[in-house]
Design a protein around this ligand. Structure first.
Ligand code: UD1
Length: 420
């Protein structure tokens, strides 16, 4: 397994470009299954999860053309296999996103159950209940979800008990081809949900209210070819900004958007960062100062994102003062805490709250990545720590961060990959 070796202690300094959003790329690639003809998707990040989604579509017989700039043209008219097998789903839970489009367009889908993962049980009951309300017959058998829609799906009034991002996306995609109007109440408002809705509308769908808690989808009979570029990755953006804040640095991030990460920018300013923004860039400058500890609580958008929690725990670990970080979206999403403590952090866990008492310095240690965002927090800690930190199991990082060591090198970090 590849490892990252990081020689810490230097402030991040310089400019990089932000990639397209993983969490938009995955549903948008799945949505190509809805169209009659070729859909081309641009600004795709070069990531393992995106490759897995492409592999999954290829496994179904879908024709894909990839150009060297990671634009992908997808033609689902060649589909000949309506199964998402365990071997692929187990490596990427977001594979569940093919369920809604397949059953809506082809009347049938067989998708392996994603199962548990490092950050909690993560059920998909709301995806299934919503599809049932639209008239799909669902059976769960031998680890697979089997969904059938002998007739066209029907519009329905669906209330989601919990705000679920991929659940909202799955149901929105299914509803796009359903007969009649679907109303999703308590829908997720994440920018990636809006991006998917905009992509569906570019294909000829009629989705309204995206970005609010009530999404109204007027089903259409067919969706058409189009080209769509995915939006910038707000979590990648936030991760580099937080790394710069933790290392007392000064960075300029290009090809990104400030309006999709307001909650994070507010907390970075609270930590003492000077943050300036333009239409497609964000600059953060710590003026050589140590960050101040911040308190935060994760919740669905537009509140502070759970996908940025671990990185802020790492920043608080070296901040001036004590910060409390409460996780309300996922159970068991503090796996990074034990590793940070091994690097000298002073963190106490009380239920779903981490009390982080900032220390003057962290020290290098061999640490192990446990999930995607936890591994980003270990990289941040490694950039701050004195000495050489080795982060093991970085395949987690490669799922969500394009060329992380190249980008950090551009920002002046001493970091290299050690192939296994
Ligand atoms: C998505 C993101 C992930 C992010 C998460 C929360 C993608 C590909 N992944 O994951 O990066 O951390 O949103 O912002 O976009 N739940 C249920 N029943 C369901 C579905 C969800 O109880 O049927 C619960 C989950 O256990 C969790 C909460 O709802 O506690 C939110 O999960 P959800 O928004 O569905 O996360 P994902 O869509 O899997």
């Amino acid at each position: 397994m590849d490892k990252l070796l990081i020689q810490g202690g230097q402030p991040l300094h310089g400019e990089i470009r932000i990639s397209g959003a993983k969490n938009s790329a995955l549903p948008i690639l799945a949505s190509t299954l809805l169209a009659d003809g070729k859909v081309s998707v641009g600004n795709l990040p070069h990531l393992h999860d995106v490759t897995t989604m492409i592999e999954l579509l290829g496994h179904m017989g879908v024709e894909l053309m990839i150009d060297e700039r990671m634009s992908v043209e997808v033609d689902s008219t060649t589909i000949n296999n309506l199964t998402a097998p365990y071997e692929l789903v187990k490596t990427m839970r977001a594979s569940i996103l093919v369920l809604g489009p397949m059953v809506a367009h082809f009347g049938e889908a067989h998708v392996s159950l994603p199962g548990g993962c490092a950050i909690g049980t993560r059920p998909v009951n709301l995806h299934l209940q919503g599809l049932e309300q639209m008239g799909a017959e669902i059976q769960v058998d031998s680890g697979y979800i089997h969904a059938y829609a002998p007739q066209r799906l029907k519009g329905a009034h669906i209330f989601l008990d919990t705000v679920t991002v991929t659940g909202t996306e799955n149901l929105m995609m299914a509803a796009a081809l359903a007969d009649g109007v679907t109303i999703l109440e308590n829908a997720a408002r994440e920018p990636e949900v809006v991006d998917l809705a905009d992509c569906l509308n570019a294909m000829g769908a009629d989705v309204r209210g995206q970005g609010t808690a009530t999404i109204e989808i007027h089903g259409v009979e067919r969706l058409n070819p189009c080209h769509y570029d995915v939006l910038p990755d707000r979590v990648e953006t936030g991760t580099y900004l937080t790394a710069a804040a933790a290392t007392k640095g000064h960075v300029l991030l290009k090809d990104t958007r400030e309006d999709i990460l307001e909650a994070v920018l507010i907390k970075l300013r609270e930590a003492g960062a000077e943050v300036n923004t333009g239409a497609d860039w964000i600059e953060l400058n710590m003026h050589g100062q140590r960050p101040r500890a911040v308190n935060l609580r994760t919740a669905p958008y537009p509140a502070f994102p759970t996908d940025m929690q671990a990185q802020f725990v790492a920043m608080n670990a070296v901040a001036d003062g004590t910060g409390s970080v409460t996780e309300t979206v996922f159970e068991n999403r503090f796996m990074h805490v034990q590793e940070l403590i091994r690097m000298g952090a002073d963190i106490g866990l009380e239920g779903n709250t981490a009390i982080v008492r900032g220390v003057d310095r962290l020290t290098a240690a061999p640490v192990m990545a446990t999930d995607l965002r936890a591994s980003a927090s270990l990289v941040i800690a490694g950039l701050v720590a004195e000495g050489e930190t080795m982060v093991d199991r970085i395949y987690h990082i490669d799922r969500g961060y394009e060329c992380i060591e190249e980008k950090l090198q551009l920002l002046g970090a001493t970091i290299r990959r050690m192939p296994s």
